[in-house]
Design a protein around this ligand. Structure first.
Ligand code: F6R
Length: 367
């Protein structure tokens, strides 16, 4: 059942190329122009044009996918996006109306808080668009439109392939919005669509370097704390990397916007403490590098994740994990893979129960 892998989590990490291919299948046509099958989605372009705000609501890893979605949708479709964890959204009397496009993200489609948020938004007249992995789930049934992630069953408690397919779904939604709202040219859409098609193969390339990540796990295994830093969309990836490490290896980890460290958290950076620095975004690269220097000057061990060919970062990283180059909106799908592997191998070397971490359930159906 684990297909020769030691754990479901590792199997699911390695299933990502297929999961991503399946999720893209039929949604981008041959000429490179995005179709995002409107019929499947039951979303009216006129409605997408009329929306004045997007609210993305989810829990845990799905929330982190939504956080990436905010950067992508705002950048490509030029519409304001709010992101909330579902258990907060419900109780803050959210400003939602008929012009809000509500997006709920849930692997299981059964998370109680996310479902309640969906109902709350629907009750206020919003159109609800669901990104879910389970056909016929409560969230799929109650949403106005559904974009399925075709990740296949995810057994390990720690979400991996559901997350990367959710990231792809965020890109598809962003392109659909951009197309309907005329914020990108046909060439720009086609360029991103082309880059999306390369992603499954590029994830395979990252997986081929799993052995390097395994060695990094040896370096961080004795630590009780770790920091994940990044700017822009890399900050969103840092949040997911941090959660993954915490939940399965029980190492305390924090994700920080790299520029925010000096406002307090830098006090916690001591000799050899692991800092996992995400540096995939060209437009903030110099700034990220200066933040890396700040922590390096305090003796931190820098594990950097950067795009291939980045000549600057090599000077500062103690360990460099590279990912192939792609469009900036798609880098999270590649950058998270070494972080998933790092959590996995660290959990294994620390002797933790990888697939069933303590106190956690796969599907949270209580509020
Ligand atoms: C973490 C993890 C959880 C889930 C969260 C939401 O690895 O799996 O944080 O992402 O419980 O679950 P779904 O997506 O089923 O709503």
């Amino acid at each position: 059942e684990k297909g020769g892998y030691d754990h479901f989590m590792l199997k699911e990490i390695f299933e990502q190329p297929k999961a991503l291919r399946d999720t893209l299948s039929g949604r981008i046509v041959e000429n490179g122009h995005v179709t995002l099958n409107m019929e499947e989605l039951k979303l009216d372009p006129a409605e997408l044009r009329a929306a004045n705000k997007v609210c993305i609501v989810a829990c845990g890893t799905a929330y982190h996918a939504g956080f990436v979605g905010k950067y992508i949708i705002e950048n490509l479709a030029r519409i304001p996006v709010e992101v909330d964890v579902a258990s907060e959204f419900r109780y803050r009397n959210p400003l939602v109306d008929a012009h809000t496009l509500m997006v709920v993200v849930s692997q299981s489609g059964e998370t109680a808080d996310t479902l309640a948020a969906l109902r709350e938004a629907k009750g206020k007249g919003a159109k609800v668009f669901a990104v879910t992995n389970v056909v016929g789930s409560s969230i799929a049934r109650e949403a106005d439109a559904v974009l399925y992630t075709w990740a296949g069953p995810e057994i390990a408690v720690a979400s991996t392939k559901a997350y990367t397919t959710q990231l792809l779904a965020m890109n598809l939604l962003a392109l659909a919005l951009a197309e309907a709202r005329g914020t990108l040219s046909a060439e720009e859409i086609s360029e991103i669509a082309g880059a999306m098609r390369e992603i499954p193969k590029q994830v395979e390339d990252v997986l081929n370097a799993a052995g390097e990540v395994r060695m990094v796990a040896e370096k961080i295994k004795k630590w009780n704390d770790a920091f994940f830093i990044g700017r822009s969309i890399d900050y969103a990836v840092a949040m997911e990397g941090s959660l993954k490490l915490k939940e399965i290896s029980y190492i305390h980890a924090e994700a920080y916007a790299a520029g925010e460290l000096k406002h307090g958290t830098l006090a916690l950076i001591t000799e050899n403490i692991p800092v996992i620095a995400l540096a995939t975004q060209e437009q903030v690269l110099e700034k990220t590098i200066s933040n890396i220097q700040e922590v390096k000057a305090r003796g931190a061990m820098i594990i950097a994740v950067a795009q291939e060919g980045n000549k600057e970062i090599v000077k500062f990283a103690d360990v460099l994990l590279t990912v192939p180059r792609t469009h900036p909106a798609l880098t999270p799908i590649l950058a998270v893979v070494p972080l998933q592997l790092l959590s996995y191998y660290t959990s294994v070397v620390r002797g933790c129960d990888v697939d069933k971490p303590r106190n956690l359930a796969k599907s949270v159906t209580v509020e």
